[in-house]
Design a binder for this molecule. Structure first.
Ligand code: DLL
Length: 433
């Protein structure tokens, strides 16, 4: 096994917890001294930094939410003066102002090392040629992996997003060995290669690092088969640092979460109560090393679970399972909790070529109804009428057995689902509240 930071990736639990406690105490001091929001919240609850005597004292602290960040827009949550900040990123806000995050020089160094860590775990070395097809801008994805790859000593090609033909030309001519993008874009690239009759076996691709959005195991298999590379998942969020919070090793059985830099908790998203190890719930993260933008018990909204079992790779850091949805987009249909990812998993396993789809939820009388609209793919289109009907019926039954409620499945014309900025909203919920 090749590690980037053997000491921190392979610590014993005792050593790790001691380090976490020391770092938590210093983070508490920092935010108590420098961030009015935290000062106020700690005062309201009557906690002082000295109360952090053991890791279990963390639960005495208040959660931080997206709403808190919005209320403190733009710089209210910064724990250092702007002159110490060397970089600002922000995450796209769909409904209101974006969230603004800052990094000191040390933060950038630490972030680069965290990215280098999961990239090394995924198989990237200084011999690689890494093509970064994430958008360079306020989004943390591109810069996070860019700095990670440079820290490893790999050669970085910052292609950014778009222009699929040019991406493929560069991939071929510059002999890209590692591809960085969203899993969705990996499929777009694969489809385009197929369309132009290019065999990916002729490329030099070896490793794919995909993240920034949820994807399934079926999608992994699809990408690996179509692009002839080893595909790994990595997770992060702007509020906490960007990519580099967690990433898969070559065992591909959960993402090692960098516990020396972040303390993870799993809580019941309804009650806020911390759940025992192994439970499924909302991931909450506390940063331990960040200077400019420390976060105390940040509610990520991501539903997952943590696996403390030993990993075959030898790393001792806990593994975070693929996210199962967000606490805020978990759908409750006829009383049943449904994650859009469950539906995606079925569609991707039964319809070849990553179909484009939308879930429509409406209320008819007192009854919630769910319809899944799928843009017809070439594969479905080429079936005769009767087989097409039988296929839809099979899909409907499979969805029913996975999510536990009846679903209507409907085929629609290619490109007919409404798009915004090129994206199709996964869920349209028109039920009255
Ligand atoms: O997406 C950071 C990132 C970029 C991570 C590139 C990995 C690679 P945000 O734009 O702030 O930051 O979005 C964060 O995206 O709370 C999750 O809901 C989702 N997300 C990110 N990575 C994954 C993943 C970046 N691997 C939000 N699987 C997070 C599932 C993911 N969801």
């Amino acid at each position: 096994m090749k590690t980037w930071d053997h000491q921190h990736e392979c610590m014993s639990r005792d050593e790790l917890e001691q380090l976490q406690l020391e770092r938590l105490q210093s983070t508490m001091n920092r935010v108590h001294k420098n961030v009015t929001h935290y000062q106020k919240r700690f005062n309201e609850l009557g906690v002082i930094p000295e109360d952090m005597q053991s890791l279990s004292d963390l639960t005495k602290l208040p959660f931080t939410t997206k709403e808190d960040l919005r209320l403190n827009y733009p710089y209210g949550m910064f724990a250092v003066p702007l002159r110490e900040v060397v970089r600002i990123h922000s995450s796209s806000g769909t409904t209101s102002k974006p969230i603004v995050v800052g990094y000191t020089k040390n933060d950038i160094r630490m972030w680069s090392n965290l990215a280098a860590r999961f990239m090394t775990a995924a198989g990237v070395t200084h011999d690689d040629v890494v093509q970064i097809a994430f958008h360079y801008g306020l989004f943390t994805g591109a810069f996070g992996l860019h700095y990670g790859a440079e820290t490893i000593g790999a050669s970085v090609i910052p292609t950014s997003t778009g222009n699929t033909e040019k991406q493929i030309m560069i991939m071929q001519d510059y002999r890209t060995t590692a591809l960085v993008c969203t899993p969705g874009y990996a499929i777009v690239l694969a489809k385009h290669m197929e369309r132009i009759g290019m065999d990916p076996k002729g490329l030099s691709l070896k490793v794919g690092l995909f993240g920034g959005e949820p994807w399934s195991e079926t999608m992994r298999r699809e990408i690996e088969r179509r692009l002839c590379l080893s595909a790994t998942d990595n997770y992060g969020l702007s509020e906490v640092i960007g990519p580099g919070v967690a990433g898969e090793c070559l065992c591909k059985n959960g993402m090692h979460l960098c516990e020396d830099a972040f303390i993870p908790e799993i809580i019941d998203s309804e009650t806020g109560v911390p759940l025992p190890p192994g439970s499924v719930g909302e991931l909450v993260l506390t940063t331990l090393t960040k200077e400019a933008f420390p976060m105390i018990r940040y509610r990520t909204g991501d539903i997952t679970c943590l696996d403390y079992a030993k990993c075959d790779c030898g790393r001792t850091l806990v593994r975070m399972k693929k996210t199962m949805g967000r606490s805020d987009n978990m759908l409750i249909i006829r009383g049943v909790n449904i994650f859009p990812s469950q539906i995606q998993e079925v569609l991707f396993s039964m319809v070849q070529g990553a179909p484009l789809y939308q879930m429509m939820i409406a209320r008819k009388g007192a009854m919630d109804v769910l319809e899944v609209r799928i843009e017809v793919t070439e594969e479905i289109f080429s079936l005769e009428m009767q087989r097409q009907r039988a296929f839809l019926e099979m899909l409907r039954k499979r969805l029913r057995s996975v999510i536990g409620i009846d679903v209507t499945v409907k085929l629609v014309e290619p490109k007919s689902l409404p798009r915004q900025d090129g994206k199709i909203a996964q869920v349209i919920d028109s039920r009255p509240i």
